[in-house]
Every structure is written in C-alpha cells, then in structure tokens.
Design a protein around this ligand. Structure first.
Ligand code: NAD
Length: 479
C-alpha cells in the first residue's frame, strides 16, 4: 500500500498569522479507509483559547464599523478562494473523514454558496432604519453582537463551519472557530484562503482541539454568542455553560428521522431515495432518515426491495468516484455502531441484512449496510441516534399508529412521507412532529437561507442562525 504524506501542524491561526500553539498535546487524524495517519494538530488549551478570543476582541472594534458592502467584498473573496481550492479542500477533508467524493464535493460546494449568500445579505443589510410611531419616531440600529464561537462536527465540516462563520462575519462579528479534531487539517487551508481574501487580522481565528478546547471557548467571558453543531449530549453541556452566563447559544443537534410509507407508496421511489436520504455518508448525517415505518401489509415487500437496494449501492473506497457508501469516520464510530448492532440483536430485532464489519476490504472502518425489522420503540436502535448505515423497519396497522411511531423519539430534525398522492402525503406530513418533511425523497426549496425549526432535542433555538441572528437591535427616539 502506498504511504500517504503526513501533515503535522503545531500552530494555530490567530490574529491573522500562524502562531505556535501553547499546548503541546496533540490530536492525530487517521484515514478511515486506509487506517494510515494523515497528520496531527494541536489540542488547544485554555491559553490558546485566551489568545484567540483576545485577537477576535481586538479585531471586533474595527470590523464592526465596516459597511455591509465592505464585508460582502471580503466574503466573496473567501467564496472565490474556496472555489479555487475546491479539489484540494475536498480531498483533504475526505482523507480525514472518509467521505465519498459526492458527499465531500457537495460539502465544499455548499460552503462556497453559503459565503456568497452571506455576502449578498451583508451588501443589503440596513444597519439603521427609521420607523414611525410614538411622539418622535424610532431610529432602529442593528449592531453586531460581538465575538462568536463557532464549533462544528466532522461530517460536513466545510459547509457547517461556513454557515456559522459566514453569517457572523456578514453581521460584523468576529469569530473563533473550533473545528472537530477529526477534521482540523483542512482548517489551515481555509485560514490561508481567509488571508488571501484580505480578511483583516483577528476577524477569523482558529483553535484546534477536542471537547475540552470547545468547553473552554464556550466558557470564555469574551465570547458573546455560541453557534454549535454536534451531538445532543454536547449541546446540553454547552447550553448549561451558556445558561450560567446568560450567553446566547444556537445549536443544531442530533436526529433520528423517520420515513413513513403510506399504503400507496411507490417502492422504487422509496428505494431510490435510500442512498441519498436514508444513508447519506453511510448514515453519518444528522438528517439521515433511518427509521422506516411501513404498513404491515407491505412490510415484507419493503424489506425485500430495501435489502436488494443496499446490496446494489457501490460500497468501498471513498476516493473512487463511483463509490456512494464508504467507511465510517473513525474507529470509535465503527465500535459505537457495532454496539448498536449487538443491542438490536439482544433486544429482539430481526436482522434482515448486514449486521457487522465488512471484512473484505482488509483495512478501513467499514460496516456493511444493515437492516433490522420488527423494531419497536422500546429498543435502543429505534430511539437512539446510531450515526451509521443501519435502517430499522417498524410496521403499523393504522395511520394514527404511523404518526405515533414517527413521533416516538426525543428528536425532530427531518422526516419523509412516501405516497403516490402528493396531497395525501402533504396532509400526513402536517401531523408529524419534525422540522422538515421530504415528500417522495424530495425537499422543498433547497435554499441555504431556508430556516426551519428542528423540533424537540434536535436543536436549541432554530438550529442555525442567518445574519440577523448575529445582530442586536437598538431603538432610539428620533425627534
Ligand atoms: P460531538 O458533539 O461529539 O462534537 C461536535 C463538536 O463539538 C466537535 O468540534 C467537538 O470537539 C465539540 N465538543 C464536544 N463536546 C463539547 C463540549 N462539551 N463543549 C464544547 N465543544 C464540544 O459530535 P460529533 O461526533 O463530532 O458529530 C456527530 C453529531 O453531530 C451527531 O449527533 C449529529 O447528529 C450531529 N450533527 C448535527 C447536525 C445538525 O444540523 N443538526 C449536523 C451535523 C452533525
């Protein structure tokens, strides 16, 4: 096997320069397909966090006074840099998180789009407005909230970090970014892109590290707002810290989304959606629709069709452009999913296909796409986020039962209804406790500015802020 070149960094992007980290602790990134070490980054400590926040605070004094049009120019410059380095960026992310090319190229494309959208919003921002009313009328001033901590996971790292940073920067905030330790090497390239785009020193700062680094960042009194995407568990810890300081936080969290097949569903339409909607990136996506709720009369047909589909999905080397499903992102992820496979068997679910490691590849954190049937809400594989290539199938007799099954988890992120009758599907979708419902595998408008609430434990706040989420509104009488 060819040995990959390692990228070892001991520096952090702070105050517009790459400076040596104070921390000597390190995180090592491993290629999930080859199990070779890709490189390492500092596990930032409190001193690193303090330096980054101080740089962001200094830069805020000036950045907040720039016009929306000036910020738009900088944001478009970042988008240009992402587009120019798209191949390099996506290859680097894929080496760390094992995502197949279609997924990682989409990750980078969305990031570019997000910066361009934020630029357009910045250009149109009205920082002052006069509203009539009262004795004097009101001068409404929209002011940047301050320094934002942006913390992201490894599964769609460029797009998710872009959504946070771009909106905050457009609003005149400065940011301290903490990428997931599994996907931090690409943040050096993104930092370089920021430098080339003339992002003023200190407006974007990056501290690499794990949960401890993130916790120190969230707790720092110089952070005015936190934007987080990750697990529900980490979201609760972050929300607790923010509550103590009455610090605003917006969080996109876990999911356990379900597809309900009505009795007139077209099975081919459903199975066609499996790779993209149910198990994108091997199910390691918050909106993966992994619980399948089917009329009892159709269950065996659905199981047969879904198992055939899983067997036909190109599965393997994520660098092969034909691959649709690759390995899991880390050995820990693989072990965690194996734990759920054991739990499914122990709690009485019926294994239909898959159920273990895909040994044929020799190396890599591969789990064979899996289906369990006869799954009910008492089972952990029904209620907990597996974050792997595992579908659960549960049967219903009445539509009321289908709604109850759909809603029987703590999450409410995404969902889907399959029916040949769009009006019927739409009426059924209205009954579901979730923030977004696909019909026959299709979204409504794929607009990055479309905000939907993620229900229940899938978010805190709306999940992801647009530019307005990083602005404060001041009202002054205007004689
Ligand atoms: P994670 O919560 O373990 O980590 C996410 C990020 O938070 C990482 O950067 C991590 O270092 C940091 N972190 C962890 N604990 C922290 C703490 N106490 N304080 C501050 N920072 C902390 O999640 P993960 O394993 O990287 O990602 C998978 C999870 O992310 C899944 O639950 C998935 O559903 C969720 N996710 C949600 C969305 C969404 O849009 N709702 C999108 C992608 C991923």
């Amino acid at each position: 096997m060819k040995t990959e070149s390692r990228i070892d960094r001991s520096d952090l992007f702070i105050g517009g320069a790459f400076v040596d980290a104070e921390s000597t602790a390190r995180f090592t990134a491993v290629n999930p397909a080859t199990e070779q070490i890709v490189g390492s980054v500092p596990d930032g400590n409190e001193a690193d966090v303090r330096r980054a926040v101080a740089a962001a605070r200094r830069a805020f004094a000036q950045w907040r006074t720039t016009t929306g049009a000036e910020r738009a120019t900088v944001l478009n410059g970042i988008a240009d840099g992402i587009a120019e380095h798209a191949d390099e960026l996506s290859a680097l992310v894929a080496r760390q998180n094992g995502a197949p090319r279609w997924w990682v190229e989409q990750d980078v494309r969305i990031a570019e789009m997000v910066y361009r959208n934020a630029a357009a919003q910045a250009a149109e921002l009205r920082s002052e407005e006069i509203l009539p009313g009262g004795e004097y009328g009101n001068l409404i001033c929209r002011e940047s909230i301050g320094v934002v901590a942006a913390i992201a996971p490894w599964n769609s790292p460029t797009a998710l970090m872009g959504m946070k940073a771009a909106a905050a920067l457009a609003a005149g905030c400065t940011v301290v970014v903490k990428p997931a330790p599994e996907t931090s090497l690409d943040s050096y390239l993104l930092s370089e892109i920021c430098r080339k785009a003339d992002v003023p020193a200190g407006v974007v700062n990056v501290v690499t590290g794990g949960a401890g680094t993130g916790a120190a960042l969230v707790a720092h009194p110089g952070i005015d707002k936190v934007s987080f995407t990750g697990s529900t568990e980490a979201g609760k810890a972050i929300a607790t810290t923010c509550a103590q300081a009455l610090k605003p936080v917006n969080a996109e969290l876990g999911g356990k989304s379900a597809a309900v097949l009505l009795d007139d569903a077209d099975l081919e339409t459903f199975t066609d959606a499996i790779p993209w909607r149910c198990l994108p990136y091997s199910g390691q996506v918050c909106h993966s629709i992994t619980r399948i709720i089917v009329p009892r009369t159709l269950r065996d047909q659905v199981l047969e069709a879904a198992a055939a589909k899983l067997a036909s999905i190109p599965f393997g080397d994520p660098t092969d452009p034909a691959t649709i499903m690759g390995p899991l992102a880390t050995a820990g992820q693989r072990d965690r999913v194996e734990g759920y496979l054991r739990s499914g068997r122990e709690q009485g679910a019926r294994l239909v296909t898959g159920g273990g490691r895909a040994e044929a590849f020799g190396t890599g954190f591969y789990i064979t796409p899996t289906i369990f049937s006869d799954v009910d809400p008492s089972m952990r594989i029904f209620s907990e986020e597996i974050f792997g290539p595992v579908l659960t199938v549960s049967a219903y007799d009445t539509e009321d039962e289908a709604v109850a099954l759909h809603d029987a988890t703590d999450f409410g992120l995404s969902g889907a209804v399959f029916s040949r009758d769009i009006d019927r599907a739409s009426a059924f979708a209205r009954r579901l406790a979730t923030g977004e419902v696909l019909i026959n595998g299709r979204h409504g408008a794929p607009d990055v500015n479309l905000v939907r609430s993620f229900y229940k434990h899938s978010s805190l706040g709306d999940g992801m802020d647009l530019v307005s989420g990083y602005l404060l509104t001041k009202s002054i009488p205007r004689p």
